[in-house]
Design a protein around this ligand. Structure first.
Ligand code: DC
Length: 225
């Protein structure tokens, strides 16, 4: 029997949550859950189907008929939407914005939070998102809030997009991140904020390895208590 241990990592976009959570999970032998990817996958589906985002009835029906799974493949941990690997399709500027919008909807949050709780139940897991420590797993044994300055987060996103061959400008990315921060922190439902008891980690001047080693050391201390 695996003893349940939940580590949550919340924070704004570009703070390094995904990379950190993925590598920390690998190092500890935990399962990794990227909750943002789930909001992105739902956004992709609604966008592809051309659904009116105000049509809650239709969205509910689609959510009930949507299958989101994660699989470990030779390309790493991939997300599958209705059986199709959409891991690359969900990482575009369009889906960035749509996911921020769609994640404000109660109907979407209720459905995904339910799936996320089921996914984590009884496991040793690193969960990353915006509400992992506040709403999904308020009783998680270890919670982090990962941040970085706006400038540093913009630099990271810009580099990422350029490497993917997207034609983007630095100032556009800066504005996008500001808009998403605003949406994620000011929304009524599950706004982004540090969970009670979360350890704040500012990654502005830290390497990914620094961040993971720090988190790992806290985990080990916690395990000894
Ligand atoms: O972490 P990310 O950039 O992949 O997340 C995409 C969007 O989904 C983000 O704008 C906020 C939303 N999100 C959320 O509301 N709750 C989560 N637990 C994870 C992501």
């Amino acid at each position: 029997m695996v003893d349940e241990f939940i580590i949550t990592i919340d924070g704004p976009c570009g703070a390094g949550k995904s990379t950190t959570a993925k590598l920390l999970a690998e190092r500890l032998g935990f399962i990794y859950l990227d909750t943002g990817a789930m909001y992105r996958a739902v956004s992709l589906k609604l966008d592809q189907l051309g659904i009116d985002l105000l049509d809650d009835k239709m969205i509910k029906e689609i959510l009930e008929n949507t299958d989101i799974t994660f699989e470990q493949t030779e390309k790493g941990n991939r997300i599958f939407l209705d059986g199709k690997d959409v891991s690359d399709d969900i990482r575009t500027s369009r889906i960035d914005m749509l996911a921020s919008l769609i994640s404000q909807k109660k109907i979407v949050r209720d459905a995904l939070v339910k799936t996320q709780r089921k996914f984590g139940h009884g496991k040793r897991i690193v969960v990353e998102g915006r509400d992992a420590g506040t709403i999904i797993f308020p009783n998680a044994q270890l919670k982090f809030f990962l941040t970085a300055s706006l400038l540093e987060r913009t630099k990271r996103r810009y580099r990422e997009r350029k490497e993917k061959g997207e034609d983007v400008s630095f100032s556009d990315i800066l504005e996008e991140i500001k808009r998403r921060d605003e949406m994620d922190t000011k929304r009524d439902l599950a706004p982004l904020k540090p969970a009670d008891g979360a350890i704040n980690v500012d990654s502005t001047t830290l390497t990914i390895n620094d961040v993971i080693s720090f988190m790992e050391s806290i985990y080990k201390k916690k395990r000894q208590q």
